[in-house]
Design a protein around this ligand. Sequence first.
Ligand code: CTP
Ligand code: CA
Length: 220
Amino acid sequence: RALAPAAGPLAGRRILVTAGPTHEAIDPVRYIANRSSGRQGFAIAEALADLGAAVTLIAGPVTLPTPAGVRRVDVVSAQDMADAVTRALPADAAVMVAAVADWRVEAAPQKVKKGDAPPAIVLTENVDILATLAHGDERPRMVVGFAAETQNVVEHAVAKRLRKGADWIVANDVSGDVFGGDANTVHLATADGVEHWERLPKDEVARRLAARIADALQGS
Ligand code: CTP
Ligand code: CA
């Protein structure tokens, strides 16, 4: 399959996708993470490749198989992910599905031992990969972000779209069982307003989003 010429509405398009959590080291054996399974992002990478795109999937630590026809770059921390995104440019579109850690830890060089007082974990804000890409010189023509929210989902999505400079934000309510689950209820915030999609399997969300990206890139 890798040798067959790509066909489909996204043939000839380069698209990068970020997916999964990031891990931020506390010391050589411990880290801070989040509940992202990577499934929605992997499904989107697969759906884009199925439409003919040359997809680079920049994946945080997850235990998922690489979708057929997708080039995968594994990373651990948010900083690794930011570097991998820069290396994957230029791209026609970017879909930033990863649950990037908002903070990194001032990691200890050696394993912290429990004999002493509990160590303080000092957090420093990580670079915003999506905002940096959307405001940068090599901005892909389409930049799509995700937003994981537990309340005021739509309001936060609309605000994030503007703040981050994304074309679209796909917002999902993570107050339920979305992490690791099969289905997702999403709201798509664009310059034209907010669409409320019905609850769908994650691979159907992926197929619809990929088709919309193909439409948006058409004729450019
Ligand atoms: N994102 C990113 N780099 C970060 C943080 C987030 O690229 N350091 C991206 C995510 O991949 C997602 C979007 O930004 O596409 C929104 O992430 P989210 O965590 O919902 O938003 P934040 O701006 O981090 O705000 P908060 O966590 O406070 O809701
Ligand atoms: Ca965040």
